[in-house]
Design a protein around this ligand. Structure first.
Ligand code: SDX
Length: 428
């Protein structure tokens, strides 16, 4: 007998079905609440509200579990390639060798961007933040590929739009960096793997050969996998709600990039490094900065700490923290920021303020230290997060369109002025 939720309103009892997911999560289905009762629910920030049923990513915030299509993040980060994980997220199953080869071949063929887009880059000021460039460039792709404007045109057309975006995002990202440096653009090369190609476009120069370090490629592959999806986070929810109006994939992902940019979300990885550098320049007094983070009068927050869902450790942070030590050792880098980060974590995790609020390092706390070690400039950190998150955004958009979900349109409780008559300006 399935569970029922009962709500008593005005002396009347209303019953609502309880649904249970494959991992035993439960929800009260209130889709008929307003029709039955005239009431709506209110949940600012959607802290207790499920927006959809999804089969892509499962996470358990209490147990620190993260699975993509049932596979643990630990196994995927250790054993898979980023494009293999992208295929898994988007199409639902780990690819056979033939499927993966075809997927990689299709993506490799579409890494170039239309030459006319170079003029857009050149119009930006050198100090333009690459996230602003990336969001507008991704939306602009829809103007070069008008067939993408109909998301439901055909499976082949949808796959082509998806593969084009997976292929072109690293090129757009690397060119936004080259544009900021006022360096010549480096074109993608078909002989390179996905991560090699990005690193080559970022750091190679036409005047000399550039050898991509396999240690750096492996580290980047792992980081991109760790960022690939995270169920209904702020930017993914943005992608889904924009896509729910049947806006095309490129404009939906562009909106997701804009949402990710915020310092409370993906922008935190840039904020973390800037915070660590600030603490370092201030003499490294970690206790002083932890006290500032606890002080309600002080706007300072410990960036990279806390999470809406993880009320225990973020499994990605655990993997990244270990990878930090490995990569800095392999690259023979001694970064004082790592020591400060570890000390900050240790002090915070022993402090009642953080413990009582279940504030632990999240995915952004250590990732910037690795990006820095790979030579990625700080302002590009959230761009890196976008490249990693792209397959997840695409998978979620695809699921939403294929499930024919209705346009997203939340309700509200009005608390403004009650009806009043217009007053002529001479009498105000
Ligand atoms: C990502 O959702 C996802 O899945 C996101 C993400 C993904 O993969 O897509 O995991 C990626 O965005 C990770 C989060 C990156 N952001 C940061 O590191 C920014 C710093 N963290 C926070 O601002 C905060 O922790 C959030 C935004 C992450 C979560 O905020 P919530 O859930 O709205 O919690 P809250 O702001 O209401 O905080 C609860 C309490 C408050 O104190 P009280 O009012 O109870 O006294 O904890 C405090 C907050 O002041 N608090 C912090 C803090 N984070 C929360 N205090 C100091 N430093 C912090 N970092």
């Amino acid at each position: 007998m399935s569970e029922i939720a009962k709500i008593e309103l005005g002396g009347q009892v209303f019953e609502f079905p309880v649904i249970e997911g494959t991992e035993k999560e439960k929800a009260i289905d209130i889709s008929k609440l307003r029709d039955m009762t005239g009431y709506i629910t209110l949940d600012t920030g959607y802290k207790n509200t499920g927006a959809t049923k999804s089969g892509i990513t499962f996470l358990d915030g209490e147990l620190g579990i993260l699975h993509y299509r049932g596979y643990s993040i630990e196994q995927l980060a250790d054993k898979a390639s980023f494009l293999e994980v992208a295929y898994l997220l988007i199409y639902g199953e780990l690819p056979t060798q033939a499927e993966l080869d075809a997927f990689i071949s299709s993506i490799t063929k579409h890494t170039l961007i239309h030459e006319d887009m170079k003029q857009f880059f050149e119009a930006y000021p050198a100090k333009a933040h690459p996230m602003g460039v990336l969001a507008s460039m991704v939306c602009s792709l829809s103007t070069f590929y008008p067939e993408s404007l109909d998301p439901n045109r055909s499976k082949e057309a949808k796959d082509l739009t998806i593969h084009r975006l997976l292929a072109k995002l690293p090129t757009l990202a690397a060119w936004s960096y080259k544009n900021a440096m006022r360096h010549p653009f480096m074109y993608p090369r078909n002989e390179f793997s996905y991560c090699e190609n990005f690193l080559h476009m970022m750091f190679a120069m036409p005047t000399e050969d550039y050898k991509v370090d396999p240690v750096v490629v492996s580290a980047l592959n792992k980081l991109l996998i760790l960022h690939a999806d995270h169920e209904q986070n702020c930017s993914t929810s943005t992608v889904r709600i924009v896509g729910s109006s049947q806006s095309n994939l490129y404009s939906s992902i562009s909106a997701g990039i804009s949402a990710l940019w915020g310092p409370l979300h993906g922008g935190a990885n840039q904020e973390v490094i800037e915070m660590l550098e600030q603490i370092h320049q201030d003499g490294g007094d970690v206790d002083k900065w932890v006290a500032k983070a606890k002080d309600k009068e002080d706007p300072f927050r410990l960036m990279g700490f806390g999470h809406r869902v993880y009320k225990n450790f973020d499994p990605r942070a655990t993997i990244i923290k270990k990878a930090c030590d490995d990569i800095l050792e392999k690259l023979n880098i001694n970064d004082p920021m790592l020591a400060i980060a570890k000390r900050l974590e240790q002090v915070a995790l022993e402090d009642e303020y953080f413990k009582s609020r279940n504030l632990y390092p999240n995915v952004d706390f250590y990732s910037g230290i690795i990006y820095k070690a790979l030579g990625i400039p700080t302002e590009m950190f959230t761009v890196m997060f976008s490249i990693g998150r792209l397959p997840g955004w695409i998978a979620q958009w695809k699921e939403m369109t294929e499930n024919k979900e209705p346009i997203g349109r939340p309700r509200q409780i009005y608390v403004g002025a009650t009806p009043r008559d217009y007053v002529d300006i001479s009498k105000r």
